[in-house]
Design a protein around this ligand. Structure first.
Ligand SMILES: [Zn+2]
Length: 185
């Protein structure tokens, strides 16, 4: 019997899980969109690993340190845990846009690393985000992308249309689609 691989939902952080409010360096500054908790619980219940992938060029720009970012992410995990959600991994790109790194979205570095770390089957995985680069990244690594209209979502609609990417009003709608899509024969 073939060992079954892991399926995952890759989640953008700012504008998808959290309200977009510029560079976030302190835990107390974050606010989740309301549909995030039930959506993530639904995906988790259906066997998806939850993996956050986020560009954090504020580090490369010297606005905050990796230690501060880790504190933010610990607090984020804890808040979600209290709502019954377990985040499997968080990957971030600390580099500035012109650094030429392999990890800044839409480049595939973070997803490739997650694939290796967690043995993820990309063909049964999804990526949800609010920006053009999220949609492009989904295309680049061949996972199914969904644009959410929270955050900067409205300005990425044209890119979504170009790739026939689904557009969801919020994360709960996206979560329901994923579960329904996966159950289709
Ligand atoms: Zn990078």
């Amino acid at each position: 019997m073939k060992k079954s691989k892991t399926k995952a939902v890759f989640l953008d952080r700012d504008g998808t899980l959290l309200r977009e409010r510029g560079y976030l360096s302190r835990p107390k500054n974050f606010h989740f969109y309301k549909s995030v908790f039930p959506a993530l619980r639904l995906l988790q219940k259906n066997g998806y690993k939850l993996v956050i992938i986020t560009n954090q060029s504020g580090i490369g720009r010297g606005y905050f340190s990796e230690t501060q970012l880790k504190r933010v992410h610990d607090a984020l995990r804890l808040s979600l845990r209290k709502k019954g959600v377990r985040i499997d991994r968080i990957y971030y790109c600390p580099h500035v846009p012109n650094a030429g790194c392999a990890c800044r979205k839409p480049r595939p570095g973070m997803i490739q690393k997650a694939k290796r770390d967690l043995n993820i089957d990309l063909s049964s995985s999804y990526l949800i985000g609010d920006q053009t680069r999220d949609i492009q990244l989904a295309q680049n690594v061949r996972v199914k992308g969904i644009l959410v209209l929270t955050g900067f979502g409205r300005s990425a609609r044209r890119e979504a249309a170009k790739h026939s990417t689904k557009v969801a009003t919020n994360l709960m709608t996206a979560g329901r689609w994923i579960v329904a899509d996966a159950q289709r024969p």
